[in-house]
Design a binder for this molecule. Structure first.
Ligand code: AMP
Length: 281
């Protein structure tokens, strides 16, 4: 604590507090090392790091998925304390939605494909909660994982559409030793399913080499069939898209940023992942 007696001293102290940069990591909790990589980056780049933990009802199109979503606040808090987070924001639904949010966002074609197509309303819900959280926290930088590749593109677009004064930082996918992308949903897999789920990334990785002398249609077939061969795995979609527009492409030469995005049911747990085929821009 300090006691100050001059206006200049008081104001310069207040100015320096106001100048503290705020880094923000929005999450739905059940934290793993993927989340922690975002948190560590925020701590490295900002004076204060805020992590929100809120399982947002408006982004779930499947009530069962919402109810079954793991909630482990105590464990999450102790993990975040260890890495040095300053503030955890764990609001109730009433706090975030004192009134129903009826806003409708328009992301053009960005949310008409992949997750947006198979989870109708999902990205509108994501935009509702993230725009509210940005307004509440007022961060200088916010950190998102490339695991949710389409979400990251949509958040970047929303920030532009709303002229929000913050920077969005995208972070690489963290994986388990088996290659499986880390996810809170992995906790819901049986041991056998979890072992099999590693095939998803194995097949994606192998398709990098395969793609060098096969066309897009063949590569899609290679990935999809390779995964569907596994007992517990069922591909919902595998799209090879322009990494900027997210629209499916049919020719490897049509753009210089190409990403393959996949959603797979492993038992009744839905997992997503992606791989970059080409990035020269
Ligand atoms: P969630 O709690 O699933 O909403 O995720 C919160 C943030 O963590 C999102 O920006 C995710 O993209 C990111 N994230 C989730 N899993 C991973 C991962 N395996 N690697 C990197 N970031 C991740």
């Amino acid at each position: 604590m300090v006691v100050v007696s001059t206006i200049v001293d008081l104001q310069s102290r207040l100015d320096s507090i106001k100048k503290l940069s705020i880094g923000f990591v929005p999450t739905m909790g059940a934290l793993h090392q993927g989340h922690i990589s975002l948190v560590k980056k925020s701590i490295e780049e900002n004076d204060i790091t805020v992590v929100s933990i809120f399982v947002n009802p408006t982004q779930f199109n499947d009530k069962n998925d919402f109810q079954k979503y793991p909630r482990t606040l105590e464990q999450d808090a102790s993990l975040l304390e260890k890495v040095g987070v300053d503030i955890i924001f764990a609001p109730t639904e009433k706090e975030i939605y004192p009134e129903p949010d009826t806003r409708k966002f328009d992301f053009g074609m960005l949310d008409k494909v992949m997750e947006g197509k198979f989870r109708p309303g999902h990205f509108n819900g994501v935009a509702q909660v993230v725009s509210k959280l940005f307004d509440i926290v007022k961060p200088n930088k916010a950190y998102f994982g490339e695991k949710d590749f389409q979400q990251l593109a949509i958040i970047r677009t929303m920030v532009k559409q709303l002229n929000l004064p913050l920077e969005i930082v995208g972070m690489p996918i963290m994986r388990e030793q088996s290659g499986l992308a880390m996810s809170s949903r992995n906790e819901r897999l049986t041991a056998e399913e979890r072992a099999e789920a590693a095939i998803i990334y194995k097949q994606l990785s192998e398709s990098l080499k395969y793609s060098s002398d096969h066309n897009i249609e063949e590569t899609i077939k290679y990935v999809t069939e390779g995964i569907n061969d596994a007992k517990h795995l069922e591909v919902e979609y595998f799209d090879i898209v322009d990494g900027n527009t997210l629209q499916p492409i049919t020719d490897w030469n049509s753009t210089d940023y190409i990403v393959g995005c996949i959603a797979v049911f492993c038992g009744n747990v839905r997992l997503i992942d992606n791989i970059t085929y080409k990035r020269t821009n």
